[in-house]
Design a binder for this molecule. Structure first.
Ligand SMILES: *Cc1c(COP(=O)(O)O)cnc(C)c1O
Length: 362
């Protein structure tokens, strides 16, 4: 069986070595004669898995001691509710600031507005989110419970190149489509969250990294299984967690470490993205849809002259084993998602296909 190069935005490809390891030990984990998904979340074997996942995250992302690592049910969008429930009452005024840099950012601020006042302090909606909106953090009010950004905009192919300094206002970042793809100073953030299914593992679960002092502000009506404090106190095992997702993430983290860690992956991610952006910039045939200085290294978006060409591109690419290149309906065109697991060979194969497609159709 031939595996494709999978450019899907999420659930996305995982490293082949990780899939093989999971397959190899699926029926018989650790000599137990049972699968990892058949054993108790309270067994010592699973305890070892979750502890190893924590340790690998601390090492790979350089997470300081005053931060907690949580594995929270419900994927990334559940955090759009959990964040305001846990943080909006940090000050009496129940007010948060949001940067609207894309569709997920918009969903996040809409959800938060059910719990308090949301100020959208920057939006790039008018230009169909082709950039990170400009905003001046020094002109912001200082009575916000938190400040929310989407660090990488999966649909539009943009990212924050730098992160704002918010002083005493906790910076909350949805990093679903880029966590562990670039080096970060975790101390700049109050909360980082990421659905696993883009860069870290299977769907349905979110990784949440939260500064300890922020665990104390949940509104009283917060469901206990959305209260970050419950997760912190029970090591994310207040009830049965998604043990398989945590196990798969642990394998991905081990793989990441073998590759040389985040800085090694970051250089490789830049090289992969460069390969495609250079080609787009040199061609009059492909048009990048994100502003050059805001481009993502994870999601490369571009358009062609018309929809017929787009469909033809997607179909012919698939014939070459290049899968799931159709852009999101909000942007149209093509999107190549090239997360950590995409080898450089995948980007080279795509670039070669793009050159040939241009030659035949340009
Ligand atoms: C994919 C994605 C989401 C949605 O994740 P779910 O787990 O489906 O809720 C949220 N934010 C960003 C930035 C994403 O890329």
């Amino acid at each position: 069986m031939n595996r494709v190069f999978n450019f899907g935005a999420g659930p996305a490809m995982l490293p082949t070595a990780v899939m093989e390891k999971a397959q190899q030990e699926f029926l018989n984990f650790n000599g137990m004669g049972a699968s990892v998904i058949e054993i108790s979340h309270r067994s010592k074997e699973f305890d070892a898995i979750i502890n190893q996942a924590d340790e690998l995250l601390i090492e790979l992302a350089n997470i300081p001691k005053n931060y907690k690592i949580l594995y929270v049910h419900g994927g990334a969008q559940m955090q759009f509710s959990a964040i305001p429930m846990n943080l909006m009452s940090r000050l009496p005024c129940r007010k948060a600031a949001y940067i609207e840099s894309g569709n997920f950012a918009k969903l996040a601020n809409k959800e938060a507005s059910r719990y308090g006042i949301v100020d959208i302090v920057g939006t790039s909606e008018a230009t169909n989110y082709d950039r990170i909106p400009a905003f001046d953090s020094s002109e912001l009010a200082d009575d916000y419970s938190y400040f929310h950004i989407t660090s990488n905009n999966t649909i539009y192919g943009t990212r924050f190149q730098q992160f704002p300094d918010m002083g005493n206002i906790p910076l909350v970042a949805d990093m679903t489509s880029e966590f562990l793809s670039r080096s970060l100073n975790i101390e700049k953030f109050g909360v980082i969250f990421a659905g696993l299914q883009k860069n870290l593992g299977p769907p349905g679960l979110a990784l949440v990294i939260i500064r300890e002092d922020l665990l104390e502000h949940a509104s009283p009506e917060t469901p206990s299984l959305l209260n970050y404090k419950t997760y912190a106190e029970k090591h994310s095992l207040a009830n049965t967690n998604n043990t398989f997702a945590i196990y798969m993430m642990k394998l991905v983290l081990e793989w990441l470490k073998e590759q040389g860690g985040v800085s090694a992956l970051e250089s490789q991610n830049e090289a992969k993205a460069d390969l495609l952006y250079k080609l787009i910039d040199q061609s009059g045939f492909y048009q990048g849809t994100a502003q050059t200085e805001h481009r993502s290294t994870m999601n490369v978006t571009f358009n062609l002259e018309n929809n017929d060409l787009v469909s033809k591109f997607v179909d012919q690419a698939l014939d070459q084993g290049l899968y799931a290149l159709k852009g999101h309906r909000n942007v149209g065109g093509i999107r190549a998602s090239i997360y950590n697991a995409m080898p450089i060979a995948g980007c080279e194969a795509l670039a070669q296909f793009m050159r040939e497609f241009e030659r035949r159709n340009g």
